[in-house]
Design a protein around this ligand. Structure first.
Ligand code: SF4
Length: 427
């Protein structure tokens, strides 16, 4: 059956978004519609998110960057999270995920939805686990109906995309815990579900109730971000049986989503050594039938704590070259603490640099044009032009303050190669 069904919420939001979206993405409306129908493009647009900007994920559209924000039990402050949201927007994030695990999560989500036009994503199982922990109960002490109710509530609130770890099976969880991994399960959602399955000796409720989740997602045009609960948390674990067991299940679920009229994208690794990034990305894309791929990093070394935004940007650039569609940022705080606003800014910009480098290399017109714009401005010693072409215009303006248009900067002074080659001036 068709993914875009006549009269469906997806059909309506897609048709109203197409006139603005198609030229921005460099596609014809027909090609864009065909990509959504094929499941290789996803349109993030829950109509209950008032004022939100419909956003396309997938090739041949532009690569997008997501910023994760949200509270933790050690730092819970609504105003601070809204500030991070503003910083993420200002730095050029395309989407934001609220990964809050402390405070009033309903209020936080409502405030974030009201505060931003960027599509908002969540991980609904966090809310359930947080409620249980507040009641001093086990985070995995819930019924499948509780989880479905949470998903539906968030869909009604306007959440545009949700991470649901439907591909994590009992078999996969056991493979991740059989002693062959350096790091077992590093996904919070994956760990909660593995605990639930172990405690009850039952299959993942997100998998056994997948049809009910599809019904909710279709009714609200929520894009399912099929989570990677068994992603490798160490480079040495990349490509192990547990990871691929989950990926293969995700491929089956992506096809079921398409047949049910629901948009789905795939979440990917994780920690992956440099030389394995391409085979990982191509393998996941193949196994999931070309669904849009949303990657965390990948982190190409395990040893850069404090600067994992750089690790992730290196992996992200390689991943885009290999076919990834959507980059989830990492910040300098990754593995260490809750990111602050400055970390958020650095993380978004690092991922945007990765996307720009890879898209320019792939010859994507918008990226090539930006590269050319910068070169022309540099040749003309046009400092404002350089700022406009830069991914971080504020930084360029701040650091070139006082440098006159047409004059060299303080880097080389009278040794300015551009001036010397243009004017024959003696150094
Ligand atoms: S002084 Fe050096 S860095 Fe500055 S514009 Fe000239 S060549 Fe470039």
């Amino acid at each position: 059956m068709s993914l875009i069904r006549s009269g469906s919420v997806l059909s309506e939001v897609l048709e109203s978004a197409l006139p603005a979206l198609a030229p921005y993405e460099g596609m014809t409306p027909e090609a864009l519609r065909a990509g959504v129908e094929a499941g290789t493009l996803c349109l993030l647009a829950n109509p209950a998110h008032a004022g939100a900007r419909p956003t396309l994920i997938g090739r041949p559209g532009r690569v997008k960057v997501n910023a994760n924000i949200g509270t933790s039990p050690l730092a819970s402050d609504l105003a601070g999270e809204i500030d991070k949201l503003r910083v993420a927007e200002g730095a050029g994030a395309d989407t934001v995920m609220d990964l809050s695990t402390a405070g009033n999560l309903d209020e936080l989500r409502r405030e974030m939805l009201a505060a931003t036009a960027l599509p908002l994503g969540t991980v609904p199982i966090y809310a359930l686990a947080q409620q249980r922990m507040r009641e001093d109960r086990d985070p995995a002490d819930f019924e499948p109906a509780d989880l479905l109710a949470e998903i539906e509530k968030q869909a009604r609130q306007g959440v545009d995309f949700m991470t649901v770890h439907c591909g994590l099976t009992r078999r996969g969880a056991e493979l991740a815990r059989d002693g062959s991994r350096e790091l077992g399960i590093v996904s919070r959602g994956g760990a909660i579900l593995a605990r639930w399955m172990r405690g009850r000796a039952e299959e993942n409720p997100l998998l056994t109730h997948y049809d009910a989740i599809l019904d909710i997602a279709r009714a609200h045009n929520v894009v399912l971000s099929l989570g990677d609960g068994l992603r490798p948390g160490a480079g040495a674990d990349a490509g192990d049986p547990a990871q691929w067991e989950e990926v293969l299940t995700l491929g089956v679920l992506a096809r079921r989503a398409r047949a049910a009229g629901v948009q789905a994208m795939i979440e990917g690794p994780g920690h992956v050594p440099l030389h394995l990034v391409r085979s990982q990305i191509e393998g996941i894309k193949r196994a999931t039938f070309g669904a849009p791929l949303y990657v965390l990093g990948p982190l190409v070394t395990d040893c850069a704590a404090g600067r994992d935004h750089l690790t992730g940007a290196i992996g992200g650039a390689l991943a885009v070259l290999a076919g990834a569609d959507f980059l989830c940022y990492l910040t300098p705080a990754e593995h260490l603490c809750l990111p602050d606003a400055s970390d958020v800014r650095e993380g978004v910009l690092a991922s945007r640099i990765a996307a720009q480098a890879a898209e320019a290399s792939l010859g994507r017109p918008w990226a090539v044009e930006r590269e050319r714009g910068m070169s022309k401005a540099r040749q003309a010693l046009d400092w404002e032009g350089m700022a406009r072409a830069a991914l971080d215009p504020c930084l360029v303006r701040a650091r070139s303050r006082g440098t006159e248009h047409g004059k060299e900067c303080g880097m080389c002074g009278r040794f300015c190669a551009i001036r010397m080659s243009e004017t024959g001036e003696r150094g």
